[in-house]
Design a protein. Structure first.
Length: 189
């Protein structure tokens, strides 16, 4: 999260002062790039999406209400930009639903144990490796706090399909975490 954005900086950006815009970009870059990287696997593509989102932030500052934390507003604009670009990219592509095997058993795992065996970067990499739609649903639901109805509307899928993608993402992540913990456990024994 960037440091709290000063209202005077926002006012200067509204006056289109280039120095203020550069400062706002510098302050928000890491925070907003983190959001973009959750939704886009390729760093160059994530940077391009960040630039598009930041352009929208700057050009829509008149819509920003001072009683809302700027960071929350900027996050919302960025996520909406990412979803809009995802829709454009997939508008003409045929969507398909991956099949999954209900018979795969998932054993109980102590997440404290898992936490000791891999770090946040491993988990981020696992999330980025999910199929594109499952990754987006997982991020929107788990990380950004949207519900299935909102996700369905954003991604033009049904609530049931959103739930299925979340189920699949969680199941895939659990399996990968188990693989890592089992691999590490067998090496340490």
């Amino acid at each position: 999260m960037p440091k709290v954005i000063d209202k005077e900086l926002i006012a200067a950006c509204r006056r289109e002062e280039r120095k203020a815009q550069n400062e706002l970009h510098r302050l928000c870059y890491g925070f907003l790039m983190g959001i973009c990287l959750r939704y886009e696997k390729n760093k160059d593509d994530a940077a391009a999406l960040l630039n598009l989102a930041f352009f929208k932030i700057l050009t829509r500052l008149d819509q920003y209400k001072d009683n809302v934390p700027f960071e929350a507003w900027a996050k919302r604009v960025t996520i909406n930009t990412l979803i809009d670009e995802f829709r454009k990219k997939n508008k003409d592509q045929h969507q398909f639903v991956e099949s999954f095997d209900h018979s795969l058993p998932l054993s109980f795992m102590d997440f404290n144990e898992a936490d000791q065996r891999f770090d946040a970067e491993d988990l981020e990499r696992m999330i980025r490796d999910l199929p594109e739609m499952s990754q987006k649903v997982f991020n929107l639901y788990i990380i950004d706090g949207y519900n299935h109805k909102e996700i369905g509307e954003m991604l033009h899928i049904s609530e049931g399909t959103s739930k299925w993608h979340l189920f699949t993402a969680r199941k895939t992540l659990k399996e990968r975490i188990l693989q890592i913990t089992n691999r590490v456990a067998s090496v340490t024994l």
